[in-house]
Write a protein of this length. Sequence first.
Lengths: 360, 360, 360
Amino acid sequence: MPVLRIGYLLAFVPIAIAVNWFAPQRHFAAFAAASAAIVPLAAELGKTTELLAEKTSAGVGGLLNATFGNAAEMIIGLTALRSGLGDVVKASITGSIIGNLLLVLGAALLAGGLRHPTQTFNAAAARSRTTMLLLAATALIAPAAYNHLAGGRAAAGENSFSFEVSIVLILSYLLGLVFTLRTHRELFAGHTAEVGAAEEEDEASPRVFWLLATLAAASALIAWMSEILVGSIQPVARQCGMTEVFVGVIVVAMVGNSAEQSTAVLMARKDRMDLALSIAIGSSIQIALFVAPLLVLASYLVAPAPINLVLTPAEVLAVTFSVVIAGQICGDGESNWFEGAQLLAVYAIVSLLFYFLPAR
Amino acid sequence: MPVLRIGYLLAFVPIAIAVNWFAPQRHFAAFAAASAAIVPLAAELGKTTELLAEKTSAGVGGLLNATFGNAAEMIIGLTALRSGLGDVVKASITGSIIGNLLLVLGAALLAGGLRHPTQTFNAAAARSRTTMLLLAATALIAPAAYNHLAGGRAAAGENSFSFEVSIVLILSYLLGLVFTLRTHRELFAGHTAEVGAAEEEDEASPRVFWLLATLAAASALIAWMSEILVGSIQPVARQCGMTEVFVGVIVVAMVGNSAEQSTAVLMARKDRMDLALSIAIGSSIQIALFVAPLLVLASYLVAPAPINLVLTPAEVLAVTFSVVIAGQICGDGESNWFEGAQLLAVYAIVSLLFYFLPAR
Amino acid sequence: MPVLRIGYLLAFVPIAIAVNWFAPQRHFAAFAAASAAIVPLAAELGKTTELLAEKTSAGVGGLLNATFGNAAEMIIGLTALRSGLGDVVKASITGSIIGNLLLVLGAALLAGGLRHPTQTFNAAAARSRTTMLLLAATALIAPAAYNHLAGGRAAAGENSFSFEVSIVLILSYLLGLVFTLRTHRELFAGHTAEVGAAEEEDEASPRVFWLLATLAAASALIAWMSEILVGSIQPVARQCGMTEVFVGVIVVAMVGNSAEQSTAVLMARKDRMDLALSIAIGSSIQIALFVAPLLVLASYLVAPAPINLVLTPAEVLAVTFSVVIAGQICGDGESNWFEGAQLLAVYAIVSLLFYFLPAR
């Protein structure tokens, strides 16, 4: 039973809470414990989502998973906003997008490809997602470009521009939901032939209510752990001689994406590529088109000062690389292990870029 | 009879002329009247082109329409050149390219997609056009890059470079005509099966001579109206608190593209997607590969000082976004309403960018 | 017999050596003689490779050819490294990549397309190569971006970053060899049906040993001639009023690529497009993913000071243009003469850019 398994894994959670509470200066311990707590929670979340996804179509299952995976990112973002850490919010948005497109997708294609020589998926759905990624990339490049081009003359325009771009993005995202869940849902319905194969290891499939409850509980605990994580970024970065941006974009995002990571790899190993892609790419789309602009709008209510969508040039470059190469790899409806390896190579290059870039 | 219909619409033309002549300081009135005169003229132009296109193949019909649509842009450009308004010329070129690729194509895909769930078109022809767009984008990015990289050391080289790039572009365009109209014209021949369906609303199809005469007359009147429009850009921009670049790139281009706009939407509603695409994309190609370089060459004869192809960074970015996303959407030979909506979203983002950018 | 034919062509080689030895100040003569010597050698290399390729599959034949073609580039690079000419190394890497993707590929598609209306090739293999090109582009853009973003604060990080990116690239290249030659070699196996057609003009097919010996001898002589060429770049550039970068990126690369040039055109005329593409694109991939990073690593042993992968902005732009447009043209598995003409047009624009850019 999933609920019992989570009960067992909860052991990791109180350790993080205890360290954070009783030894608040032990930042690295809190950071490590919270990470250790998130990973198995994320695995449980993935498993539960899989069970739930088997009761629905691949498209809806992917959406479910992306939503629950990103609920955590949303809560992390809101926490960071309240503390006035706008740069951390933007670094975690960037890290989540490139982490999903390069690390999660790369690991899934590599793991799946090592077991199955060539894996196929719905090319029309993949191309449709790539188009949404391009829209997202445009929307994240434009504010940085505005900032660069307007120079010092437009501090006010910067926030207005981001605000209105955010509204365009949220409208696009809502239209995208109408498109994927209503008018063209058959386009995103994956192959359901191999569902039976996954059944073998499951005793009795639990009821939908319990699955949903487990999803919600796991997401909430991940969010709590993530808060501890975010709070320790600055001291841990100083301790390890890394920049805060590197820790935010690479380390935190890697932990935050572990839910998507484990589920996408699991699905790819089972050759359920439509679900694996809808998790990895769908998650990036949701963060870029929905979570990011929602955080901008929320910052007017919650944050000490409103934030904007202006990413740093390195962040813009990393997002552009990720979208272009993920689009190229997914556009033909086929994948293999080498495509996964290449995504991981680009991730390595981008990580090195953030690692070597000096703090401003 | 098309000629009579134009006679009825002529009522809008003299108003613009009268305002311009008798009340030259009423800039906003002239601007509005000229716009109002252009829109029905453009609709007539579209209808006539459609009738003519039905007598030929979709490919030739699209070329005809793009030519007549862009005759106006050409005349506007020459007028602006004579007045020494090089920046207006470049803004109207940029605006016309992004307007066709984002606004016209987006509106056509959205309007067509709301009536037909999935629309298909000749993917090979669409990809061929995308390649031409990439060549055009390269040619428009290179001079701006040269200008940026050479810094202050190369004011002379700037014009020579643009001059020679212009010659490369015109040669490419002429080769493209050989390709689309001679050696590979079967690639661009659209489906002609549904031509019969359009016939129903027409009484007696007029003779080709009258159709051509109507096309020419409508184009000439559009050109005249456009001149009034261009002359009032600067005062209207000041009056409305917008920058001249915004008015040139967005407002004027929107009116100037209304011919392509109405025809492309009409064709998409009738599911004649090959014609709709050849209008929207063909028009962009013609402007980038032919009209723009021809204006550069003409500036040596007509203008007080020669102009070059150096676009502003914001213009370069807008052209790049448009080409990449239009290429992605057209590459697979299928479209739906959401793809149209996404093109419009990118257009909204680009428009906001030009709106918020302060004048230099 | 190929060996005899090379004996006849050797006449061009001693002239270059003699000029270089007895009249070392006649730089232009040495430059011209070395170029004249390389071109027929390259043709012989191409012919021999073709004979050898006919004994194997198109994929392996292409790899053979790319290896022998790039052995020369590798030796030129090492020579330039030893002389401390890091910028020449990087210019020749850039020139070789854009020369193969634009000039060689463009000439092949044009020449083949003029004889065969539409030529088809393995689209999956072409897309796989495009993905490797994107990885290569990412890896060549990232160090330049780092350099630009870190500003003056990171002279040390620059070399470390390039060093680690180089290791990522070489690992990717080795994985790519496993992929193309082992796990997915059937993906890269071209059509072998038309092999018989090429046989007609050959008397008796020579033994593999002699073919390999001829390949090695031709490559060695090309390398020697190339050294004379490289040594005369600086004085020839000064003499002709060109910048060294233009001579390195355009002139030298054109001569250095003539092996790939002649073979790719020959193959395209015979409609063996899979071989033509694997030569043109495979060569670019090998240079970007293998030769370039190997030269960076070698510079720590051989050069007076280690070099890095930081290209100039113009070089980055040229590589980006080339990869994007070559990827677009090859992605659909079909080509025609106009696609070749467009690649040549982009090459013309890029050449003009390097020609007009003033030296720093």
